[in-house]
Design a protein around this ligand. Structure first.
Ligand code: ADP
Length: 374
């Protein structure tokens, strides 16, 4: 028997909201119910200020639907349009000093200083490869770095880093991240069965990502790089909104069509007030290994012009190069496995610009003098 959303809502009538005693199932707060075999996912709309009070409701909702016949797993997320302000005063000051006019959105994650998204307007442009090498690049600059693979449609970070297996559960709900090349790594690919068709949509995506972000023992990180799902649909927009992002890097190839998609990516992040750290042109040109001749296969330089047109930084060009693909496919990102190659250096140069942008002008200012009056 397949459960209908109405069955789910009926089960949720037994869960009561703390303040009013109203039944969750008829409160109008439940949305995006997805029943996928034995899995149920949905979201509960809350006001950001209710987050702590509603956590027991979320757990009760999970228990209530797990009791339905045939249900093996429930993923329930709390969603708020605007989450509470949870930046430190220093972060706010830095934002203001940088003049980026960012309004604080999703709650910060304790221990993680900056979260950046690596995004693309469409798939196949090298977003994951760039995210992985940028993450290693940031680590070579002395930062503590994590990478979270949120590309629900094609998680490739485990393959790029050559990491297999399942993350360990530490404590009740928290997962220990995997580690490789000195990076903390978590991927949706570790949590899903590769054979399971990717019919997850909307709330399922969001709830899985929220859990990966907030229920992983990341520890202290300077930067968490999030490999976003490609595209600019609702799921990506919500994710951009619900993740406390310090900025976004957009990856594009030089073709006009890819650039059009990249433009949509820039617009999406601007809409949710996430600063654009810059655009990377991937597969920018090709140097034939035998002759050394250069070929601008996709027409080179488009992303630089586009960045200028959009008034966002241009971070650099990465050529289309066999070693980048081969090393990625072998689980050894080029920045880690061949750091002296020109390609690795190109990624590190991008990482330097990202680091500089994250640190912002405030780091150049002297620390305030503390005067102790006696
Ligand atoms: P996306 O995340 O945008 O879907 P991937 O990073 O998975 O793209 O890259 C798609 C394919 O292209 C992979 O096989 C990857 O190794 C290859 N690739 C990405 N960037 C380059 C590059 N600069 N040179 C050669 N191959 C690349």
């Amino acid at each position: 028997m397949t459960l209908a959303p109405s069955d789910v809502l009926r089960a949720l009538e037994l869960v009561k909201l703390p303040a009013s005693g109203e039944a969750l199932g008829t409160s109008g707060r439940v949305s995006g119910i997805v029943v996928d075999g034995g899995k149920i996912m949905f979201a509960i709309a809350i006001d950001a200020s209710e987050a702590a009070a509603m956590e027991p409701v979320r757990q009760a909702a999970e228990r209530a639907v797990t009791g339905l016949p045939g249900v093996t797993q429930a993923f329930v997320s709390l969603t708020a349009d605007r989450a509470p302000v949870a930046r430190t005063a220093a972060q706010t000051a830095r934002t203001q000093a940088a003049g980026s006019g960012v309004t604080p959105r999703a709650a910060a994650i304790p221990g993680i200083r900056h979260i950046i998204a690596v995004a693309s307007g469409k798939g196949g442009v090298g977003k994951s490869t760039t995210a992985a090498n940028l993450a290693v690049g940031l680590a070579t600059l002395g930062l503590k770095v994590g990478i979270m693979d949120a590309d629900i449609y094609g998680p490739s970070v485990p393959k790029i880093f050559g990491v297999t297996g399942k993350p360990r559960l530490v404590g009740g709900r928290t997962l220990a991240p995997m580690e490789a090349y000195g990076l903390k790594i978590m991927s949706i690919g570790f949590l899903i069965d590769e054979e399971t068709p990717m019919i997850w949509r909307g709330p399922m995506v969001i709830s899985a990502i929220t859990q990966m972000l907030r229920e992983v023992a990341w520890g202290e990180l300077d930067v968490l790089v999030v490999d976003m799902p490609p595209g600019t649909g609702d799921a990506q927009l919500t994710m951009a909104q619900q993740t406390p992002l310090a900025g976004a890097v957009i990856v594009s190839t030089p073709q006009d069509l890819a650039l059009l998609d990249a433009r949509r990516g820039v617009a999406m992040f601007k809409r949710v007030e996430v600063p654009i750290l810059g655009i990377v042109e991937n597969m920018s040109y090709f140097i034939a290994p035998d002759t050394g001749n250069r070929y601008d296969i996709f027409g080179h330089g488009g992303a630089r012009h586009e960045a200028e047109r959009l008034g966002v930084p241009f971070l650099g060009e990465i050529p289309l190069a066999m070693p980048i693909r081969e090393l990625s496919d072998n689980g050894r990102p080029i920045v880690a496995s061949d750091p002296d190659s020109p390609h690795a250096k190109a990624y590190v140069a991008i990482a330097m610009q990202v680091k500089r942008a994250l640190e912002g002008p405030s780091t150049l200012r002297p620390a305030p003098r503390i005067v102790i009056e006696t």
